[in-house]
Design a protein. Structure first.
Length: 119
């Protein structure tokens, strides 16, 4: 059973930085893509950043220049370095792994980690 475990969420002040980590277990293959999504209270879950094998990283416009996604492909881990955090970045951040294996699609989610940015 594949599991994704996020860590690194915290309460910080505006302008500070955080690094989120997502480590997977139980997978017997390398994920095609991994990414970070977030969901703020009363809002839909949105893509923050993703990194897909063979493609450059993609970012939401709201985080470009402030967030950096990186991935340890061998260990199916993904990280999100967040700088110059703003109150509007407050949300639960979820790790995602998706792709196809042996022609079957997969889409895994972590439980989420809370990021709160105070003004």
């Amino acid at each position: 059973q594949v599991q994704l475990a996020e860590s690194g969420g915290d309460l910080v002040q505006a302008g500070e930085s955080l690094r989120l980590s997502c480590v997977s277990s139980g997978s017997k293959f390398r994920f095609d893509g991994m990414g970070w999504y977030r969901q703020a209270p009363g809002k839909e879950r949105e893509l923050v950043a993703e990194i897909i094998r063979g493609e450059p990283p993609k970012y939401a416009d709201s985080v470009k220049g402030r967030f950096t996604i990186s991935r340890h492909a061998s260990f199916n881990s993904v990280y999100l370095q967040m700088s110059n955090l703003k109150p509007e970045d407050t949300a639960v951040y979820y790790c995602n792994a998706a792709g196809r294996y042996a022609s079957y699609p997969y889409n895994y989610w972590g439980q989420g980690t809370q990021v709160t940015v105070s003004s």
